[in-house]
Design a protein. Structure first.
Length: 399
């Protein structure tokens, strides 16, 4: 049984077709520049040459149709007809507090996705367009929504409420939701299996460090706390997002730089993080690390601040759970940046944590234990696989 996984952005669409018998990827691909000049589909069937389609794609409907055509292409395709797709799993950002469990999409679900446009203005509209494009291309096919906020749904009010007047929670549902939920759910579950922990009681911290970055604490696979908030802006320092900061900075800078609140938020989302802190070197951690290695002091301060924030969160989440059994690094930076792990772990000696530096240096993009046998807490690198997690959820619902 094959599941198609779709992740629609405002002008992009990522997809994977997964064979659920052995969870292998049959084909994957990316459509970029939907609705703008230079639309391009790059289709990668497993074991065959990649296939590129360059033609105008006015909207996601056209893009979805071309993806289905590529999957069925006589030469580059992997299936003969749409019947070989059992269902489609969609990554959807937000359903507010309405849905936390994955769900088969119907008109009510689409209404909720629409109602939450203002909570996820960049993602929810694109997610809905993707769903409607699949409905048009394959009428009657089961579509499943897997929410990026789902993992955070198990947080208690003490973790998700902000200390602002209660009426804002009651009126507008202003609260911590958390994001990267599919990744945190997948990686925390895989950590429990990989590190051989008690599935009911394991205390796990997952550091999802990519371009966006977030950290979660979970007990027995259930989220206790997570660093992103109402939006993905809160928490760790990221590629271009500031993460935590004193909200009074906003008023100060708006007044002194003559900025509107939207302009200010755009700066905090797109021009801050390691890009902004480093004085504009890059949002790519490889470039900042290169600069640090070449003696650039600002790059060094930036990466030290980045690692320090990760370590502070690990400390606070260890307190929140009254202990921790395993800490896992995942996503682009977490899986690949071997230089970062000693920078974080040097703060964690008080927990009896010992990084095996030799093992860590070899752990690039693959599942590995990187703590010494004496370490009181297991340190792991586990590549995230959000597509597989979405496919598993989709299969569970349509079976
Ligand atoms: P996202 O899904 O949030 O776009 P990813 O998880 O793919 O991000 O991570 C992308 C980031 O990973 C890039 O911005 C890059 O800085 C970082 N990255 C990738 N490879 C390495 C590496 N070898 N060393 C350091 N950082 C890396």
């Amino acid at each position: 049984m094959n599941i198609l996984v779709l992740n629609c952005g405002s002008s992009s669409l990522k997809y994977q077709l997964i064979n659920m018998e052995d969870e292998s990827v049959i084909a994957k691909g990316l459509v970029e520049r939907i609705g703008i000049e230079g639309s391009i589909l790059t289709h990668k069937p497993t074991g065959k040459d990649k296939f590129v389609v360059e033609q105008p794609m006015s909207d996601h409907k056209v893009a979805v149709k071309l993806v289905l055509d590529a999957l069925k292409d006589a030469e580059h395709g992997v299936i003969k007809s749409d019947d070989e797709i059992a269902a489609v799993g969609h990554r959807v950002l937000h359903a507010g507090e309405k849905y936390q469990e994955s769900i088969i999409i119907n008109d009510d679900v689409k209404k909720v996705i629409r109602e939450c446009f203002d909570l996820g203005p960049l993602h929810n509209p694109a997610n809905l367009i993707g769903i409607e494009a699949v409905e048009a291309a394959m009428p009657g096919k089961a579509n499943v929504a897997v929410w990026d906020t789902a993992f955070g749904g198990s947080m208690e009010p003490k973790a998700f409420l902000y200390a602002i007047p209660r009426e804002y929670y009651e009126k507008y549902h202003i609260r911590r939701y958390g994001f990267h939920g599919t990744s945190h759910m997948f990686v925390s579950g895989e950590t429990i299996k990989f590190a051989n922990l008690d599935p009911e009681k394991a205390k796990v911290i997952v550091c999802h460090l990519g371009n966006g970055a977030s950290i979660s604490a979970s007990i027995g696979g259930k989220c206790v706390d997570t660093s992103m908030g109402l939006t993905p802006l809160e928490g760790l320092i990221m590629g271009t997002r500031s993460g935590d900061l004193d909200p009074a900075i906003l008023e100060y800078l708006c007044n002194h730089e003559n900025l509107t609140i939207s302009e200010m938020l755009n700066i905090l989302n797109k021009k801050s993080g390691v890009l902004g802190m480093s004085g504009g070197i890059s949002s790519d951690f490889r470039d900042i690390n290169d600069a640090m290695n070449n003696g650039n002091e600002v790059a060094k301060q930036t990466l030290e601040a980045y690692a320090y924030r990760v370590a502070k969160y690990i400390g606070s989440y260890t307190a929140a759970m009254n202990g921790v059994d395993a800490i896992t690094f995942t996503a682009g930076v977490g899986e690949n940046a071997v230089w970062l792990r000693p920078m974080v772990c040097k703060y964690l000696g008080y927990l009896g944590i010992q990084l095996d530096e030799e093992a860590s240096a070899k752990a690039v993009g693959e599942r590995m234990l990187i703590s010494t046998p004496d370490s009181k807490v297991k340190l792991c690198v586990i590549p995230t696989n959000e597509e597989l997690a979405i496919a598993r959820e989709t299969l569970r619902l349509v079976k």
